[in-house]
Design a protein around this ligand. Structure first.
Ligand code: ADE
Length: 252
C-alpha cells in the first residue's frame, strides 16, 4: 500500500478519478480515498497546509492504512535564482527551516534525532525524476499552451535538490534571504515535506517529495497563486504521480 499526499484539494483532485474500486473514509477531519491506482493499492489524501497537518496525516496513513511508503506532491516557492515557475524539484535532503532550539542545540537540529535534515532514498528519487521527465515529454496532454504561456512556462527543468519546510508562506525578501544564507543548498521552500519525511524516518519507511515551483518566495508570491494551483499544479500532480506508478509497475 502506497500513500499519496498533497496539502490542498487541488493537488490531489485529478487523481481521484484514476483510483479504481475507490472507498472513501473520513477520519480526523481528512477524507482518505483507498483503492488501486494502475493496479497498485493506494490511499490518497490531502492533509491541509502545514507541518502539523502533514505529520498527523502521514502518521494516520502509516498506522491506520499500513502504507509502506509515502509520496508527497505539491507546490513550492523558489529560493535558487535559476528556478523558474513550472520547474519541478524532487527532494533530496528535507530541512525544517523554522526549527530552532538554540542555544540548547544547533540551529535546524531536530531534537533528539541528532540530525539537521531527512534524506530521501535514491530508488524513490530516481523514480520521481524519471516520472517528471516522462510527464514533461507528454505535458501537452495535461496543460494547455494557453495556461503555460500565462505563467511563462517554456522549457521546464527538473532538479534533484534540497527542500526546506516551515509553517510560513515565505513572501518577504528578508525572510527568503535569511533561509538562503543559513541553508545555502536549499532550492525551494514549502510547508509540509520535511514533516512527512520526519514521520517516515521515525517509522522506517521511504518518502518522496515532488514540488512544482509556483512562485519566487517573495513579495509577488500571492499573485496568480490560486490560478496556478487550479490550472497548473493540479495537472502536474496528476501527470507526475501517474507516471510514477507507470515506472513503479514497469508499464509504458
Ligand atoms: N508553497 C508554495 N509557495 C510557497 C512559499 N512561497 N512559501 C511556503 N510554501 C510555499
Amino acid at each position: 500500500m502506497i500513500g499519496i499526499m498533497g496539502a490542498m484539494p487541488e493537488e490531489i483532485r485529478h487523481l481521484i478519478p484514476h483510483i479504481q474500486n475507490v472507498r472513501q473514509q473520513e477520519s480526523g477531519m481528512r477524507v482518505y480515498y483507498q483503492g488501486t491506482l494502475l493496479g497498485t493499492p493506494v490511499v490518497l489524501v490531502f492533509s491541509r497546509i502545514g507541518k502539523v497537518a502533514a505529520a498527523t496525516t502521514a502518521t494516520n496513513l502509516i498506522l491506520e492504512y499500513g502504507v509502506e511508503e509515502i509520496i508527497f506532491t505539491g507546490v513550492a516557492g523558489a529560493l535558487h535564482p535559476d528556478l523558474r515557475i513550472g520547474d519541478v524539484v524532487v527532494g533530496r535532503h528535507l530541512y525544517q527551516h523554522d526549527m530552532d532550539a538554540t542555544p540548547i542545540m544547533s540551529r535546524f537540529e531536530i531534537p533528539l534525532l541528532g540530525r539537521h535534515f531527512f534524506e530521501t532514498a535514491p530508488a524513490q528519487t530516481d523514480r520521481a525524476l524519471a516520472a517528471a521527465k516522462r510527464f514533461f515529454e507528454g505535458m501537452n496532454q495535461y496543460v494547455s499552451e494557453q495556461e503555460k504561456a500565462r505563467f511563462h512556462i517554456a522549457k521546464p527543468e527538473i532538479v534533484l535538490g534540497d527542500i526546506a519546510s516551515g509553517d510560513v508562506f515565505v513572501s518577504a525578501h528578508a525572510h527568503k534571504t535569511d533561509i538562503q544564507e543559513s541553508l545555502p543548498s536549499v532550492q525551494c521552500v514549502e510547508m509540509e515535506g520535511a514533516a512527512v519525511a520526519q514521520v517516515c524516518y521515525e517509522f522506517g519507511i521511504p518518502c518522496t517529495v515532488i514540488r512544482t515551483i509556483s512562485d519566487a518566495a517573495n513579495e509577488s508570491s500571492e499573485l496568480d497563486f490560486p490560478r496556478f494551483i487550479e490550472t497548473i499544479a493540479s495537472n502536474y500532480s496528476e501527470g507526475i504521480v501517474l507516471e510514477w506508478f507507470r515506472q513503479y509497475n514497469g508499464l509504458q
